[in-house]
Design a protein around this ligand. Structure first.
Ligand code: THU
Length: 175
């Protein structure tokens, strides 16, 4: 009896279908290796980083969003004594970009961060909520958004938001 039970479990395991996701990440060691447009966007994100209002975490984030019309919109994280009321740099920039130009696709976003005054060595990835918002913009305009994550020793580029958020919640789930 036990043998049959074990055998049926074994067969079930063999029949299980697995799905794997992989992300293509392109890494650079210096921002001067980036193409001109990406380098400019990174410099804009760096330039605004100190404008962040981050008295609680001391973690300042700068984001720069490139629109298809060539305009760059920047944003920084804005914290609040009531912690959840704050907003990340990526969403500050994206919401403003989408408010100002509701018909213009976003094509790239660069993100940099300073921890206690020093640029992070490793690139900082957008948090889960920001990924969801970047993905919504990508889907809305049917245009991939390149994500450029910047650290002082490494820059990582991902081709689109979809690959940063597999199995995401989308408008299709609301149907
Ligand atoms: N933060 C961002 O602005 N972007 C991210 O992707 C990660 C986190 C901010 C939120 C908060 O103000 C501080 O960094 C520490 O979490």
């Amino acid at each position: 009896m036990q043998l049959i039970k074990n055998l049926s479990i074994f067969i079930k395991i063999l029949m299980m279908k697995k799905t794997q996701f992989s992300i293509e990440i392109t890494n650079y060691t210096d921002k001067t290796d980036l193409d001109n447009s990406d380098n400019t966007l990174v410099n804009e994100a760096i330039a605004v980083c100190d404008n962040a209002y981050a008295p609680y975490s001391k973690f300042k984030v700068g984001a720069a969003v490139l629109l298809k019309n060539g305009e760059i919109i920047t944003g920084t994280n804005q914290e609040n004594a009531a912690y959840p009321s704050g907003l990340c740099a990526e969403r500050t920039a994206l919401f403003y970009a989408n408010s100002k130009y509701p018909d213009v696709p976003v094509i790239a976003i660069a993100v940099v961060a300073k921890n206690n005054g020093n640029f992070t060595q490793e690139p900082v990835g957008p948090c889960g909520s920001c990924r969801q918002v970047i993905l919504e913009t990508e889907t809305r305009f049917k245009t991939p958004i390149k994500i450029i994550m910047v650290g002082s020793e490494k820059i990582s580029i991902i081709k689109n938001a979809k690959s940063l958020l597999p199995l995401s919640f989308s408008e299709d789930d609301l149907l």
